[in-house]
Design a protein around this ligand. Structure first.
Ligand SMILES: [Ca+2]
Length: 171
C-alpha cells in the first residue's frame, strides 16, 4: 500500500507548484473529519491515507493553526508530502494523546529511500523534533506514519520543509 501511494505521487510530481524558502505545513485547509486523499499547501502536495484532521475540540490547539492531522484509530495512516523540486525535511511537531506514540518519517528521492527515522512523544504538548538522519538530505517526497492504536496515539502538526541547496524553485 505504501508503494501504491508512492507510485501515485510520482505520476503527478510535475504538477506541483513550487515556492522558494522554508515553509510550515499546518494541515489547515480542510475542516475536521476524514482528511482528503489529496490537498495542497505552500507549494507542496499532501497525499493521505487513513488520516483524519482533528481540531481543538478533540485534541487541543495545534502548533501551526488549530488543526492537526493524525491516523485513523487502528489504521495504517500515512501522509506523503511531495514536490517536483527537491527539498529538505527540517522538523515536525508531534504530540501524545495517549501512551508514547511514534511517528516514522521516510525521505525518498525518486525511487530511493534516503533515510528513515522515528520520533516518540511522551507528553500532551507538542514537541518539536528536528530531523536527524534526514537532516540536510535532498528528498522529493517525505512520508510520515503517525501512530494511532492501543499502544499510542499522537497528533502531528507544523512540518517544516526547506529548499535543498542547488534546487531552489524558480520564482
Ligand atoms: Ca495545524
Amino acid at each position: 500500500m505504501i508503494r501504491g501511494i508512492a507510485g501515485a505521487c510520482a505520476l503527478c510530481l510535475c504538477a506541483a507548484m513550487a515556492q522558494a524558502g522554508p515553509v510550515s505545513i499546518g494541515f489547515e485547509g480542510p475542516g475536521e473529519g476524514a482528511a482528503p486523499g489529496e490537498m495542497a499547501e505552500d507549494g507542496y502536495r499532501i497525499v493521505t491515507r487513513d488520516a483524519v484532521i482533528s481540531g481543538p475540540g478533540k485534541s487541543g490547539d495545534g502548533s501551526d493553526g488549530p488543526n492537526e492531522i493524525e491516523g485513523t484509530m487502528g489504521g495504517r495512516g500515512a501522509i506523503a508530502i511531495l514536490r517536483g523540486v527537491p527539498f529538505t525535511f527540517v522538523s515536525l511537531d508531534w504530540q501524545s494523546e495517549g501512551g508514547a506514540p511514534e511517528v516514522v518519517a521516510e525521505g525518498y528521492l525518486g525511487p530511493d529511500l534516503v533515510a528513515r527515522e522515528r520520533f516518540a512523544a511522551r507528553g500532551e504538548r507538542f514537541v518539536t523534533f528536528a530531523a536527524g538522519a534526514l537532516k540536510g538530505r535532498v528528498i522529493d517526497r517525505l512520508i510520515l506514519y503517525p501512530q494511532r492504536d492501543r499502544r499510542g496515539m499522537g497528533a502531528l502538526d507544523r512540518v517544516i520543509l526547506d529548499d535543498a541547496p542547488g534546487h531552489a524553485p524558480a520564482s
